[in-house]
Design a protein around this ligand. Sequence first.
Ligand code: GAP
Length: 456
Amino acid sequence: MAEVTMDKLVALCKARGIIFAGSEIYGGMGNTWDYGPVGVEIKNNIKRAWWKRFVHESENSFGVDAAILMNSRVWEASGHTTSFSDPKMDCKKCKTRHRADNLIENHSKGKVNPDLMTNEEMEKYIREHEVHCPVCGGFDWTPIRTFNLMFETSRGVTDESQNKIYLRPETAQGEFVNFLNVQRTTRAKVPFGIAQIGKAFRNEITPGNFIFRTIEFEQMEHQWFCKEGTDGEYYEQFKKKAMDFLVDLGFKQEHLRFHDHDKLAHYAKAACDIQYLYPMGWQELNGIHNRTDYDLSRHQEYSGKSLQYVDPVDGSRYIPYVIEYSIGADRLMLAVLSEAYEEETLPNGEMRGVLHFHPAIAAYKAAVLPLQKNLSEPAKELLKTLKKRFSVIYDEAGSIGKRYRRQDEIGTPYCITIDFDTLENGTVTVRDRDSMEQIRLHTSEVASFLDEKCAF
Ligand code: GAP
């Protein structure tokens, strides 16, 4: 089996309308990407599967869609204005900027953990180990400086009245500030959860590895509010739920692993990532954090509004602890593509590229293909019926073999071919993407077949 490289994935995504370089006709813009017609469907399906699992199927979780632009005090309370920064160094020779921690990680091939180092220790390591610039090979660094990752903008009508505001660097704060709104309107009892899917922005300067690290990305975050003392148990539960979700999506267990954080944020009691074996190696896919009562306490302090929960049974008042589960939709999309893509050599020696992902994730659940153009009328009739319930595509251009290959490459799980028997007895062939085997079904059975096969 041929190795799946990042270059192959980028080429596939560009050729098949999955993902294009951002602002491409202007020469692009670093670490930005646009989703094409196929990609937007796949990403929407990933978000839908996550929402179904963590909101709809959860006993006590509710969704919000909070504003991206929030009162600047939110970011003071959360600590982002003061401590959301990366240690950066400039190469004086080629004027490129780099993260000191990444330089050390790459130089030591992951053996040294820069999270445990101070800025001075990182500078010392880079000096003593002669870590060279990965762009020009030079060895002439500026001292480490810290750069805040938040994008700033301003609001106001006149220059004098403009106030600094930020594009949110995470969706989580929208969930924290709405804690009491959600609790009051749903009459939820602790423990309960608030989930959100939305855009976040970070001024990342590190090369992104395609959509792994971008400056604009989507997060799927879930905060579980619970009583102190129960937090340890829920932390373990969320680790399991996060892992089960990935395995149910089709990830091989051996491509996933837990990684406990060596250095905890000052407010965190426990934190770990699930890492995935991406084409560039093991990297963080999602995080699970025990954030204690830090976030709600800080918002209570900075807003002056009580965020205490009143227990309806014993009347006790307390600020709940929070277990956070956070995963990037784009980072998950990259993992899904890496996991699913395969270049197979067929018995006749031909090569086919195929995305073997879960049918629920596929952009199109089926492709309707008339064997010949003069069968387009019954094919379009079936297409019209199926389109009412599924995302389905039609293709009549080229040989049937070529059309199968095109669908395999974008992961369409079923190809439905209308042939001359369809005119005789109303049956069609249904080809399975993975086994390439074909069965015959009556047109009236196709919708329930797809329903059953594509459910997540
Ligand atoms: N609220 C917690 C939080 O934001 P994080 O570890 O910084 O924690 C959570 O981010 C997840 O968001 C990551 O595990 C990753 O999946 C995704 N993510 C973070 N930064 C990203 C970036 N620059 N590009 C794409 N995804 C990113």
